[in-house]
Design a protein around this ligand. Structure first.
Ligand SMILES: Cc1cc2nc3c(=O)[nH]c(=O)nc-3n(C[C@H](O)[C@H](O)[C@H](O)COP(=O)(O)O)c2cc1C
Length: 204
């Protein structure tokens, strides 16, 4: 299968974010593997309020969150670039995932279908020596709990401005073999899911 749809977003919308730049760098390799990335800026594209049960009770799941739920449903795979804040997930990312998990209109149950079977690649970047691996592993655990399929390898990189040129990771960076492997795994696993879904639908 070609043109596997991959939604890509970072847990930082900071100007010059290492994580956002890492995602941009991956676009070419995902395309070479047979996928197509839809880039999403969690801050600027969605304007999500901080999760608030009273707000949800009063006026339902907000428009930006509904839009994100729809984007999840429309994409076979996700690639998430995860910064680390005090050993955990940044609030921009956690908040978005929490909103996606809220029930769809007319349903009482959490929107677990948004994550179940979703193929997810995780990268993380930080100027710290761990490359935000703690947050990346925490994200992987959280997504597995929601029944997503987190593919190997999770790639955690210690990065600074000198690792980039023209907004992307240096072409000869030592991390490229791992990043290529990740891009290929995401597309291959999402293709396999699609084939299986197709067989299942055909059999019904
Ligand atoms: C509140 C806060 C907490 C942070 N905690 C960590 C941390 O635990 N580990 C780490 O490697 N970097 C930590 N950092 C530094 C971030 O890794 C750094 O700001 C990084 O550039 C954020 O990702 P970005 O470049 O994609 O915005 C922290 C930064 C902030 C603002």
């Amino acid at each position: 299968m070609s043109n596997v749809k991959v939604l890509a977003f970072a847990g930082s919308s900071r100007l010059g974010s290492y994580n956002a730049r890492l995602l941009t760098s991956l676009e070419h390799d995902v395309a070479s593997a047979g996928g197509v990335i839809t880039p999403l800026d969690l801050r600027d594209d969605l304007a999500l309020p901080l999760y608030d049960a009273d707000l949800e009770q009063r006026s339902g799941v907000p428009l930006g969150a509904r839009r994100l739920q729809k984007l999840f449903a429309e994409h076979a795979a996700l690639i998430i670039a995860c910064p680390e804040y005090n050993g955990g997930l940044p609030p921009l990312l956690k908040n978005a995932l929490d909103w996606v998990s809220r029930p769809l209109p007319g349903h009482d149950e959490p929107n677990s279908a948004a994550f179940r079977g979703k193929v997810v690649g995780i990268v993380s970047a930080s100027p710290g020596s761990g490359g935000a691996a703690g947050a990346a592993n925490h994200l992987a655990d959280l997504l597995r709990d929601l029944r997503a399929e987190v593919v190997d390898p999770i790639v955690s990189l210690q990065l600074t401005d000198t690792d980039f040129s023209a907004g992307e990771l240096q072409a000869d960076h030592a991390a490229w073999p791992q990043l290529r492997e990740l891009a290929e795994s995401v597309v291959a696993r999402a293709s396999a899911h699609n084939v299986l879904d197709g067989q299942f639908n055909h059999a019904r």
